[in-house]
Design a protein around this ligand. Structure first.
Ligand code: AMP
Ligand code: ZN
Length: 472
């Protein structure tokens, strides 16, 4: 069955055709490790994880590289402002490398909490300066660069179709550029490949280079590391939509400038997570981390579940209320799965054909540009199905979960481990039912009992109080 993906390059949903049969080379832009990742960043990493899992579900072997930016990313993506790593070091009164290693560790922990599969290669920028210098030298030889104010710039006018990914005119791209003007640039969209001392005298991390002691620009890092780990031709490159007009556009210009041919076939971009009050950004300080959610008793997988409910190409609004709703429906789902898992006996026969039918439908949905929401609708259909026995259901649920990554096969029957919001909701419904019974509104009290039963909660009316347990 064809896998179809929306390619930013063509602005179309296209059939995915890998360069090498059954293999995929995929690069995703990693974090700048000067602070915690916020849950917006993590939405993008969850999207990329689901893409990778979908590729694997289709039988592809995925070779995935993701960089760690620990030098060279300035405050604005267009080369102005302070180095983000140095800002982090100043903020915490630590060395740049201490900051880098600490936040890299925190980021990898976040990925683990969210059940995101780690990349095959996680190169750090500071370990690949040699490769970056070599790439800049090649660009220099091919006539794409110039030196001004002792910095090496990429001249976008030398590269045909510079704007092909953003699909905007150069004027429009420039208008979006809110950056202060760099008088040394020949074209305001030119960008720095190598900074030297002259611009940032106090920069802590510096390397010798043919152009003087200095440090690389952010964009060149991704090109150099992607080419090193995945080769000159790549299937998929991803990131958040903010990267389209500057970072990814510049990556294409440098990489295709050095390689002399098309570099990446499919560019995929995840839409932003926004706060109900506005944009989530680290610079404004208004950002929520996974640790913040955990401190609020939110299981990280609830956040994953929340993200998976909406299409990756649509903006997603975040609020704690919405998260609470997601948390309740995730708990109900887990509870249903648990009930299935606990009621399987060895004699049950497997209905192989029906299982195959469900798997094919699932594949059809996820292959439609990652329509995971339809995958969930199908999951609920499986859970309710009267044609399938519990053994079949478990097989299908475990199979779908290869893509969802929600650990649906590791569900506990321990009431103590249930999410607090969910327990509160049950207690609230029981109280409502009590009140209905006191008012002799038996219709309502029965409705509540049935609702709870459907969600695998059994209530027991004892002499003094009503208690509940998970159905087994
Ligand atoms: P950064 O560490 O800023 O380079 O961002 C890491 C990843 O998160 C990149 O792929 C960004 O495009 C993405 N990103 C940044 N802000 C958001 C947001 N609010 N929602 C979703 N993705 C984001
Ligand atoms: Zn990148």
């Amino acid at each position: 069955m064809d896998l179809k993906l929306y390619n930013t390059l063509s602005r179309n949903v296209e059939k995915f055709i890998p360069i090498e049969e059954k293999k995929v080379k995929m690069y995703t832009c990693g974090p700048t490790v000067y602070n915690y990742a916020h849950i917006g960043n993590l939405r993008t990493y969850i999207f990329e994880d689901v893409l990778k899992r979908t590729l694997k579900y289709n039988g592809y072997e995925v070779n995935h590289a993701m960089n760690i930016t620990d030098v060279g990313h300035l405050q604005s993506d267009g080369d102005t402002g302070e180095d983000k790593m140095e800002m982090g070091a100043k903020r915490e009164n630590k060395s740049v490398l201490d900051i880098a290693r600490f936040y890299e560790g925190e980021f990898l922990k976040d990925l683990q909490f969210l059940n995101i599969q780690v990349a095959n290669h996680i190169p750090r920028a500071t370990d690949h300066v040699k490769e970056m210098i070599e790439l800049i030298e090649k660009l220099e030889k091919r006539g794409y660069t110039y030196i001004a104010n002792n910095n090496v710039y990429f001249s976008i006018d030398k590269f045909e179709d510079y704007n092909k990914l953003a699909n905007l005119s150069l004027e429009e791209m420039n208008a979006g550029n809110r950056v202060e003007v760099d008088i040394y640039k020949k074209n305001p969209l030119d960008f720095v490949l190598w900074f030297t001392n002259s611009k940032y005298e106090n920069h802590i991390l510096q390397w010798d280079s043919p152009w003087g002691v200095g440090f690389p620009g952010w964009h060149v890092e991704c090109s150099a590391m992607a080419i090193k780990y995945l080769g000159e031709y790549m299937d998929i490159h991803c990131g958040g939509i903010d990267h389209i007009p500057v970072h990814h556009t510049n990556e294409i210009a440098q990489s295709e400038g050095t390689l002399g041919h098309k570099w990446v076939n499919y560019w995929l971009h995840g839409e932003f997570l926004i706060l109900d009050k506005g944009k989530m950004s680290k610079s404004s300080g208004s950002f929520i981390t996974l640790n913040n959610l955990i401190e609020n008793n939110v299981d990280p997988l609830v956040y994953r579940y929340y993200v998976l409910q909406s299409k990756y190409r649509k903006p997603l609004v975040f609020s704690y209320d919405r998260l609470k709703d997601a948390s309740n429906s995730f708990e109900i789902l887990k509870n249903k799965v648990r009930l299935i898992n606990e009621n399987i006996n060895d004699e049950m026969l497997t209905n192989a054909n029906i299982i195959e039918e469900y798997k094919n439908r699932f594949l059809k949905y996820i292959n439609d540009d990652l329509n995971i929401a339809n995958g969930f609708t199908l999951l609920h259909e499986v859970i309710k199905s009267e044609k399938l026995n519990n053994k079949d259901k478990k097989m299908i649920i475990d199979d779908f979960d290869k893509v969802f990554g929600l650990k649906l096969n590791e569900i506990s029957d321990d009431k103590e481990k249930l999410n607090k919001d969910f327990v509160n909701k049950i207690n609230l419904l029981i109280a409502e039912r009590e009140a209905a019974r006191k008012n002799k509104d038996y219709k309502k009290s029965d409705e509540i009992r049935d609702y709870l039963f459907e969600n695998n909660i059994e209530i027991m009316d004892n002499k003094d109080e009503t208690t509940w347990k998970l159905r087994i």
